[in-house]
Structure formats: C-alpha cells, structure tokens
Design a protein around this ligand. Structure first.
Ligand code: NAD
Ligand code: UFG
Length: 359
C-alpha cells in the first residue's frame, strides 16, 4: 500500500511542484489548502500532469475540526507542511495575521497530529532564520535570528518543534530551510503566480520580460559582493521538490528502523529523528546582476533595469552549505541558473496572467 502524505499548502508554488515529485516517487497525496494564496487551477494542472485526480480539501490549518475529520478519514504516514503566509513586507504591517496563520496554524496542526498519533513531519522553514550570517556558506549550526515577523514566525515554529521533540521521542521532525526557490515545472503548466506586483526578484524579472512591468529596480549597487549587487542561493523549485522526496525517504527509513528495533526487545534501540534542520540550497551564490544577465542570455529578452537604494532589511550575501542534505539525504541540487531562467520564462510566457489565464 502507498504511504499517504497530507500536504498542507499543496496548491501553492513549492507545494504543487512537490506533489508531482511525491506522486512520481510512489507516495499517495492529500492536499489541504485554504487557497488564500493559490487557486484551484493549480490543483487542476497538477492533476493533469500526474494523469489522475488529486484528493483536495479546501480548508484552513487553524480549523481543528476539519483537520480531525481529514485525519479520521485517511491513514497518513506523515505531513509535509507548506501552508503559511510568506510576504516579508506584509508581515511587518500585519504581524498578528502572520503569527496567527503561521504559528497558531502550525500548533493546531501539531495538536491534531499528536491526537492521531501521526508524528512524522516535514516543515517548510527558511534561510531567513539565519538573519545576517557571519560565516558563508551558512551551515545548520549557524546562529539564528530574525528581524521581521515572517522570519520570527518561522523561527517560533522551529523552537516549538525542538521543544516537542524533547518532550516526546516519537516525533520525527525534519525542518527544511530553503534558500531562494525559483523556476517552474519544465512543462510550463505550473509555476509561481504572485498576487499583485512581485516582491521577489525572479518573478519581477520575468514580468518585465513578458511586458507586464516596465523595468526592474535593483536594490543596491554598493554591497561588498562580486559586482555590488546582492548575492543569493537560487535553487530550482523542481530540485527543491526532490529534496522533499529525499527527506521523506529518509524519514521512512528511520521510522522503519525504529519499528524494527521496538519489535525486537533485545535489539539496540534506534533513536528517533527528533528535530532535524537541513538546508536546501545549491551551496553557490549568484548576484542579482548575474541572474538578470543569464535570464537575458537564455531567453533573448532584454531586461531593462535601474539601480536604486538598498531595500530595508536586505543583506549582502546569503548562500548555504548543502553538505548535510548530501550526506544525510543523498540529495543535491542538479539544475543550473540557466535552467532556472529558461523554465521560469517558459511558465511566464505560456501563462502571462498566471493561473487566471484561460489556457
Ligand atoms: P505559497 O504562498 O505559494 O504556498 C503556500 C500555500 O499555503 C498557499 O497555497 C496558501 O493558500 C496556503 N495557505 C496559507 N495559509 C494557509 C492556512 N492557514 N491554511 C491552509 N492553507 C494555507 O508559498 P510557497 O512559496 O509555495 O511557500 C511554501 C512554504 O515555504 C511557506 O511556508 C513559505 O513560508 C516557505 N518558504 C518559501 C520560500 C519562498 O521564497 N518561496 C522561501 C523559504 C520558505
Ligand atoms: N531584488 C532586487 N529587486 C527586486 C527584488 C529583489 O534587486 O525587485 C534583490 C534583493 O535586494 C536581493 C535579491 O534580489 O538582493 C533577492 O531578493 P528576493 O526578494 O527575491 O529574495 P530574498 O533573499 O530577499 O528573500 C527570499 C524570500 C524570503 C526568504 C528568503 C530566504 O522572499 O521569504 O528568500 O529563503 F526568507
């Protein structure tokens, strides 16, 4: 029988790509999403790509009663928890909304999991928990600190997960810290579909390329980096999706070992996974200008840009060590910056209005 996974936030950008990777890896999926930042069309497209209907529940992770019904109706192996709000700027003006959604929502989910004795979880954390790092590349032992409510909400959930792992050794909690996810499925059918004007670099570039926005503003030209612009660890969303499959396979292997050892009284007791933070990045930094130039080269589209002041809260450079993911999960990112640009452009040019378009 297939292991069934509850995917919260599975209609969103990273969740939708991960659903495809999970299906291809032989996992069963049930998507739970309140569609606050996604659409049914994303679910339709994923169904089309995997060639079968998706088990989809429209619901909020803060709705304990609905979650309980879902946990009673299915036997889940575990949960991949993407559901959350993610706009840094919005979190500064609406902190309560962010803490309520991201922290309270996760607590509700964990309580329902606990009640149903489902204790295997993969959580979407972020490189933002590292704040302004002193040492690059950033490894998982680097100190954590955040300056905005979005980041604080991720950090708060990390602390909660650490505490519950200490309180009960049956929890197996992998905390994936993503760097900068970009790109789209190679089919061009699913991708990132931001509401309004994008805050993030890659969707902004692609909307300039497709003619929806006039020019890119590059925030800062005086950072201590290769060309004065910010440096980030861009990672293709399909690589990221594979990272989740690798994390789930690892969890499965570990929980099978735990079961095996508890079935044999004399066997050496295998330890639970506990709280396990893992970076998902490429290990390489790319500057804003390098990304803009690669996008132009790969797509033949000229990207108009201007330099303006630094954006408040931005750091100069952020890229992670990918060693732990390689050693523990046997996973590493395979796709290049050129792949990320080409796939972003295929999605953007096939869907200039995102999921709203009738195509
Ligand atoms: P997204 O907004 O595309 O997906 C999140 C999904 O969660 C959306 O479909 C949204 O409708 C759903 N959702 C939000 N609140 C919910 C709630 N209360 N109940 C049910 N569903 C809810 O974002 P994404 O880029 O796919 O990010 C997925 C996760 O990864 C988020 O937790 C985000 O914070 C984290 N993350 C994203 C990035 C990034 O740059 N994209 C980087 C680091 C971490
Ligand atoms: N940038 C511009 N112009 C833009 C947008 C961005 O120059 O219009 C620059 C930024 O100044 C930065 C780089 O492009 O140097 C990347 O910016 P993004 O907004 O794309 O990404 P961030 O690194 O600021 O943050 C992203 C997510 C966060 C997440 C973080 C680490 O938005 O949620 O990556 O994972 F926490």
């Amino acid at each position: 029988m297939k292991n069934k996974i509850l995917v919260t936030g599975g209609a969103g950008y990273i969740g939708s790509h991960t659903c495809i990777a999970l299906h291809e890896a032989g996992y069963g999926i049930v998507v739970y999403d309140n569609l606050s930042n996604s659409s049914r069309e994303a679910i339709n497209r994923v169904s089309m790509l995997i060639g079968q209907p998706i088990d989809f529940i429209e619901g909020d992770i803060r709705d304990a009663e609905l979650l309980k019904k879902v946990f009673n109706a299915h036997h889940f192996y575990g949960v991949i928890h993407f559901a959350g709000l993610k706009a840094v700027g919005e979190s500064v003006s609406k902190p309560l909304m962010y803490y309520n959604n991201n922290v309270n929502g996760t607590i509700t989910l964990l309580e329902v999991m606990d009640e149903h004795n489902i204790k295997n979880l993969i959580f979407s954390s972020s490189a933002t928990v590292y704040g302004d790092p002193e040492i690059l590349p950033i490894d998982e032992k680097s100190p954590r600190s955040c300056t905005n409510p979005y980041g604080q909400s991720k950090l708060a959930v990390e602390y909660i997960l650490e505490d519950i792992a200490v309180s009960d050794e049956n929890w197996n909690l992998i905390c994936l810290r993503y760097f900068n996810p970009v790109g789209a499925h190679p089919s061009g059918r699913i991708g990132e579909d931001p509401n309004d004007i994008p805050n993030n670099l890659m969707p902004y570039i692609s909307q300039v390329a497709v003619g929806k926005l006039e020019k890119l503003s590059i925030f800062g030209h005086d950072y201590p980096t290769v060309d004065g612009t910010g440096v980030r660890d861009f990672i293709h969303v399909t690589d990221l999706a594979q990272g989740h499959v690798a994390a789930l396979n690892y969890l499965k292997q570990q929980t099978d070992l735990q079961k095996f050892s508890s079935d044999r009284t004399n066997a050496i007791q295998k330890k639970s996974v506990g709280f396990l933070p893992i970076n998902l990045g490429t290990g390489k930094g790319t500057s804003v200008l390098e990304l803009v130039n690669t996008f132009s080269k790969e797509t033949g589209k000229k990207i108009a840009y201007q330099f303006i002041d630094r954006r408040a809260g931005d750091i100069a450079s952020c890229y992670g060590s990918a060693d732990k993911a390689k050693t523990l999960l046997g996973w590493h990112a395979e796709l290049s910056i050129a792949d990320m640009c080409r796939d972003t452009w295929r999605w953007q040019s096939m869907n200039p209005d995102g999921y709203n378009a009738k195509n």
